[in-house]
Design a protein around this ligand. Structure first.
Ligand code: ADP
Ligand code: MG
Length: 571
């Protein structure tokens, strides 16, 4: 293997040469104690940055078994290593010359602890994956600056992160403990008949609508469970923890405006992920098959059987195979629900703020005015119980404006000054004091959802041009000539997850040609990821991606379902 002085020799030689001369540094370099693999050299200073790995032998890295003994520990440990490396890389990162020159980046996470590709700690090595903008003056190589980056800055990121003993060790331990406690908490939910758990003392509100960091403690009311819903769990690190159990069945979260209803639901929706210490939601856990759904008018829908919710559309449109280029609020929300059932959802989270009113409720007076035959929608209020009783699918619903739901709710929680109060008994009393004059419009619900089989050709990114599947941001993917809008996937919370979806979209056409349906195809790819790691989703065959994070099948299906070109094959 070539060494540091050979690398610096090349960089001196190509200094001032055309940018393409950088190709000479492709390959592996011994920079003791590290090995630097330069896997991809960008073609010009404006192109996507060059990709490299910095590796250290396990013997030198010396991560003790406590840090990597289980899958979750490894995930948390790698997540932590990436964060430490990112901080150091950004200290060394500064714009040099043209384009993206001088930028050094490690793709670490936000408030969630996620399985990601940015760092690896294995029995053989510890490794960082970095992206580096090789510097240029105009389009001429800046050899000396590049030498500084490759021989000093990149190894510096490794020095602080790849040796176990150079990491902030109590931070690492807390990180792993938080992930492990969350994992245990989530594992305890089914046995306790819970959809979710929120520990006492949790801090749920965020700093702002566009920020994920906690609201400062002096402005936040910490969570306190109501007596009637308080449970205690035993966690491996925190020990005994008390909090509110959200039971399976139907839970209504009522309460006045601005009292913290949506904030609680949001915390439940992200409770599928572990959170970093200090986030405030470390001990909020939800079932992994929890899906937050909303109305999304204008979206496309392809061949979804929404007949349980919607039938007799004007013009005789068939809602057992409902397709539209432009869904309404109610049809989009019904489609979101059915598509999620198709993927195996076990609980729905629904917020009035982002729902279609006519999807949630139709009151007695409206029933009187508009006959059932003239209303295609069977509102959720009439479906929520059969969904649970016949299909085991629970619902947590935020609704401040319709007491008709008292009849169908197992539990009613009122948020009052940001604190939950159990008002179930009172709500049920009221329901019998003031019986609802509305009629139940639900038919006995049988959701025989047949898995759809998308046409692999309809996912072809090359149709009519260059094959492109590209992450354009957290909520946008370009596929060929169309953009997929993902804003409604509210549990997608990291751009690296969106890149993971791109990986799935690349693999799906082939998988679909041998799978009976969408869910099987997605699960088959998830199986490969489980086996071979997230690198299996790389867009560079045989190369590490470095910027991908775990994503659920629900979000992958969410992207497929929103693809404007999606076609479904007849069974
Ligand atoms: P609702 O859905 O009941 O109308 P929100 O959940 O949107 O209310 O919360 C209203 C405001 O209160 C938001 O700005 C939110 O950040 C803040 N908030 C929510 N929960 C808390 C809390 N526990 N402590 C302090 N502020 C909170
Ligand atoms: Mg709200």
């Amino acid at each position: 293997m070539r060494n540091a002085s050979e690398l610096s020799g090349i960089l001196t030689r190509i200094d001032g040469a055309g940018y393409k001369a950088y190709k000479d540094i492709h390959g592996s370099w011994s920079l003791p104690p590290f090995t630097l693999f330069i896997d991809h050299v960008q073609g010009d200073p404006y192109a996507a940055p060059s990709r490299m790995r910095l590796r250290l032998d396990a013997a030198d890295a010396a991560f003790p078994p406590g840090t990597t003994g289980t899958r979750m520990r490894t995930i948390a440990c790698e997540d932590f290593v990436a964060r430490v490396a990112r901080a150091e890389a950004s200290r060394h990162s500064r714009p040099i010359g043209t384009g993206g020159g001088g930028r050094i980046h490690v793709d670490a996470g936000g408030q969630e602890i996620l399985h990601r590709t940015a760092a690896r700690v294995t029995g053989e090595y510890a490794e960082l994956r970095l992206s580096v903008g090789l510097p240029a003056q105009g389009r001429r190589v800046m050899g000396r600056a590049a030498a500084g980056i490759l021989l000093e800055s990149v190894p510096a990121a490794g020095e602080v992160s790849l040796f176990h003993d150079s990491l902030p060790l109590s931070g690492l331990a807390d990180h792993i403990d938080a992930a492990e406690d969350h994992e245990r908490l989530a594992a305890l939910l089914p046995g306790m008949g819970l959809v979710a758990f929120v520990a006492d003392g949790s801090l749920l509100p965020r700093e702002s609508g566009i920020s994920d960091v906690p609201l400062p403690d002096d402005r936040a009311v910490r969570f306190r469970s109501p007596d009637a819903l308080r449970l205690e769990v035993e966690l491996p690190h925190r020990g005994p923890v008390s909090g509110m159990g959200v039971r399976e069945g139907v839970t209504l979260i009522a309460g006045g405006g601005f009292h913290g209803k949506s904030t609680l639901l949001e915390a439940l929706s992200l409770g599928i992920y572990p959170h970093v210490p200090g986030d405030g939601r470390e001990l909020v856990a939800s079932r992994p098959d929890t899906v937050k759904v909303c109305a999304e008018d204008g979206r496309r829908v392809e061949n979804v059987n929404i007949s349980a919710f919607i039938s007799n559309l004007p013009g005789g449109i068939d809602t057992t195979r409902f397709s539209t280029e432009n869904a309404s609020g109610s049809t989009s929300q019904a489609s979101y629900i059915i598509e999620s059932v198709e993927m195996g959802a076990g609980a729905f989270l629904i917020d009035e703020d982002i729902s279609a009113t006519n999807f949630l409720i139709r009151d007695a007076r409206m029933q009187r005015l508009i006959a059932k035959e003239k209303e295609p929608i069977t509102p959720y209020i009439d479906m929520v119980r059969p969904l649970y009783e016949n299909h085991g699918i629970s619902t947590v619903l935020v609704l401040g404006g319709a007491g008709d739901y008292f009849d169908v709710a197992d539990t009613v929680i009122a948020m009052s000054d940001f604190l939950p109060v159990d008002v179930t008994t009172r709500a049920h009393e009221i329901a019998s004091e003031i019986p609802t004059p509305r009629l139940d419009e639900g038919e006995p619900l049988r959701l025989d959802i047949e898995g759809r089989r998308p046409d692999p050709r309809s996912l072809d990114p090359g149709k009519g041009g260059k094959p492109v599947i590209k992450c354009r941001g957290l909520t946008s993917i370009q596929l060929g000539r169309t953009d997929i809008d993902l804003w409604a996937l509210m549990q997608l919370n990291d751009r690296s997850q969106t890149r993971a979806i791109c990986g799935y979209l690349r693999l799906l056409p082939r998988e679909l040609s041998s799978s009976p349906g969408l869910r099987d195809a997605i699960e088959a790819i998830s199986g490969q990821v489980e086996q071979g790691g997230l690198d299996a989703l790389s867009q560079y065959p045989g190369e590490h991606p470095g910027d991908i994070a775990y994503v659920r099948g629900f979000e992958v299906a969410g992207a497929v379902n929103r693809l404007r070109s999606l076609g479904v094959l007849d069974k």
